[in-house]
Design a protein around this ligand. Structure first.
Ligand code: WTA
Length: 660
């Protein structure tokens, strides 16, 4: 069982008494339009999950062949819709061409230096078919894994949909990850091909993506990769290796725009997405075709209340699960208009988000609390300069939102009229699990509210038994759901150990352990407090402390490292690394700088420690385990409370305190 660290101000959040009912005008035309309607859906799903999901799968998706069995559950392994044949690229594109969406905007793209374009469903379909045929021409066949390492440009979505179209699973690697991190993922996935760009724009600078791919593939480190497809974005000079590297704009000239979608088995691998955990290297989370398609489709439809006229903008990057499920697959499966933005909020234009909402008439806006907190700090005069009247629904994801930021979002951005959906979920869950349905469920600032219909969530104690009062415990899911991860790529055992073996109630029930701490209040509302394991969230990005520690100890000056999160007003958490040095190395500002840079090289800029603290020794238990709880208190300047009797050498603690 992981060491629990509820560093939360739970007393204050549970005293949060403000309740915001769905605005009547919103509820009137909402997909799910009353608490009673939600309750009915929830009860129906709980009473007969197979019937509930089966009916939705039939109504909402297009199938090449119907399934035989809705759910085959051999805990912890689930199969959904076995016997069925389906293609998610078909569901996201082809079927909309005959239902009136042909000339509707599928993707509105905003590039950093002011570029923009719109692709209709017909145009997106064409591009996807062209890329699918190019992939085939480069020898990619059903079952071959393709790495995607891209900026936020339409070709990132096109690449995903092209892979899905021909049954080649993709693994998207966030463009901010380093060459090292990219290489690890390509090796683990045995990727055959990489799709990348000459570069991408980020905060007025070019991210040299192709150079990173070259570095990752150098010296035949990833022998399985034989081709690289390069999209031209920045036109900066890059090296193209003859025979291996190909320009997308060249190859697309020579292929046909006709490419029928491959009928896939429901449980065929759709993608692998690597995510951080408490131990070891990032693990490949496996998602398969039909269940993921249904779950992202229906959650997008009901939670974002998608209508034909909506312009929906999720500010995530396609390198994360939020980008997969709620920029690409969920919205497109619904025939929605989805906005994609290449950049990050720029110092030169701190109100670019609001400008874009006004420019495109965005109606639904989905972002992370860390972004909201940073805009809040810049002041309300910036959003107030822009016409935000098109907005009708707001969402947040990625970390707990503090009630103060929630209220600012509600009042300053939503002008008090837009419901807020605070959506709790994970890479592993595929789609949103706990959230308000905006026309149905009254919201409380800071609570993700209630589980989505079909999701049986609970809070349990260390023994896996339900907690019936408001005190905190572990957040678990009791019943399989279509969007759930199927396993860890090539490692069923790790899947079992990580998610299913921590909590073993007497009843023998299988509980999915999410790794988060939560409280359930008297109304059954969930308050997710954050991770109870060694995973931290920095500006909404999920990082394992172990990964950062391994990166640090790979530097020759470092003997040992322990990394913890320290609360940060904007980013949620900031990385603090306690480091002991090898032999003759001496602490210095320059060394601290070099170590930070080393971590950036090993993982990427998102993992750069905010602070390096040199120390003579780390606090350990007699069995040699680093006591991170003590370091967390030290890092955040708190008094050390709780049991320190297992500490091997109490002198270490005094030293650490005096070094602070
Ligand atoms: C955290 C992101 C509180 C949580 C979709 C979870 C949240 C981790 C919320 C998953 C929320 C996500 N309230 N915490 N609304 N949403 N989290 O895999 O700790 O990048 O376990 O997926 O983010 O991060 P991941």
């Amino acid at each position: 069982m992981p060491e629990s660290h509820p560093e939360s101000n739970i007393e204050s959040v549970l005293q949060e008494k403000r309740l915001f009912a769905p605005p009547p005008a919103f509820a009137k035309s909402a997909q799910v339009s009353s608490l009673q309607a939600y309750q009915e859906l929830f009860d129906r799903a709980a009473a007969d999950p197979a019937k509930f999901w089966g009916e939705l799968a039939q109504q909402e998706l297009s199938w090449f062949q119907p399934w035989d069995t809705v759910l085959d559950w051999q805990p912890p392994f689930a199969k959904w819709f076995t016997g069925g044949k389906i293609n998610i690229s078909y569901n996201c594109l082809d079927r909309h061409l005959t239902t009136g969406y042909k000339n509707k905007a599928a993707l509105i793209w905003e590039g950093e230096p002011g570029d923009s374009c719109t692709l209709t469903y017909a145009q997106l379909h064409r591009e996807v078919c062209l890329m699918a045929n190019v992939l085939k021409q480069l020898g990619i066949a059903k079952g071959d894994l393709v790495g995607i390492y891209m900026p936020m440009i339409p070709e990132a979505a096109i690449a995903m949909l092209a892979c899905a179209r021909i049954g080649a699973p993709h693994t998207v690697v966030f463009g901010g990850f380093s060459a090292e991190a990219l290489r690890d993922r390509l090796v683990d996935g045995k990727a055959k091909l990489v799709i990348t760009a000459d570069g991408g724009w980020r905060k007025d600078a070019i991210v040299p993506l192709k150079d990173q791919v070259d570095k990752a593939l150098d010296d035949n480190h990833v022998p399985t990769v034989t081709n690289v497809l390069v999209v031209e974005r920045t036109k900066q000079k890059i090296s193209m290796q003859m025979g291996r590297d190909h320009w997308w704009h060249d190859l697309k000239q020579g292929v046909s725009a006709v490419c029928p979608a491959e009928p896939m088995d429901s449980e065929d691998l759709l993608f692998v997405l690597y995510t951080s955990g408490s131990t070891g290297k990032p693990k490949g989370v496996v998602h398969t075709t039909a269940g993921y398609n249904l779950y992202t489709h229906i959650t997008a439809k009901w939670i974002f209340d998608l209508k034909d006229t909506d312009v929906y903008w999720c500010t995530a990057d396609v390198g994360w699960i939020t980008g997969h499920s709620y920029i690409v697959y969920g919205p497109l499966s619904n025939g929605a208009t989805t906005v994609m933005y290449e950049g990050a909020p720029r110092a030169s234009s701190p109100d670019c988000m609001w400008e874009l909402i006004a420019k495109h008439g965005v109606t639904i806006f989905y972002t992370a609390p860390t972004a909201i907190r940073s805009f809040m700090k810049l002041g309300e005069h910036l959003p107030n300069k822009h016409d935000l009247s098109s907005l009708r629904l707001l969402g947040t994801v990625g970390e707990p939102i503090n009630p103060e930021a929630w209220m600012w979002y509600h009042q300053i951005i939503g002008k008090g009229k837009c419901p807020i959906v605070d959506t709790w979920w994970q890479t592993e869950t595929g789609g949103i699990m706990i959230t308000a349905l905006p026309g149905a469920i009254p919201t409380k600032p800071g609570s993700a509210t209630l589980p989505f219909p079909g999701i049986i969530a609970d809070v349990v104690d260390q023994a896996g038994e339900p907690i019936t009062n408001e005190s905190g415990g572990y957040l678990v899911i009791r019943h399989p759901w279509p969007g759930m991860m199927r396993t860890v790529f090539n490692d069923d055992d790790r899947f079992r150990r990580t998610y299913w073996e921590h909590l073993k109630p007497e009843s023998g029930a299988s509980l999915y352990f999410a790794g988060d701490g939560a409280h359930k209040d008297r109304d059954g509302y969930f308050w997710v407090m954050g991770r109870v394991d060694d995973v931290i969230s920095v500006a909404g990005h999920r990082l394992g402390t172990m990964e950062i520690e391994s990166a640090l100890v790979s530097h020759p000056a470092v003997a040992e490292a322990a990394v913890v999160g320290k609360p940060d007003e904007i980013k949620g958490e900031e990385i603090v690394a306690f480091v002991t040095l090898e032999g003759s190395h001496q602490p210095s500002d320059d060394l601290a700088k070099a170590l930070k840079q080393h971590v950036v090289g090993e993982i990427g800029a998102i993992a750069r420690p905010g602070e390096i603290r040199f120390t003579e020794a780390l606090p350990k238990t007699r069995s040699g385990k680093i006591m991170r709880r003590l370091l967390r208190s030290l890092a955040s300047g708190q008094e050390i409370t709780g049991d320190t009797s297992t500490l091997e050498d109490r002198g270490v603690l005094d030293k650490l305190r005096s070094e602070a």
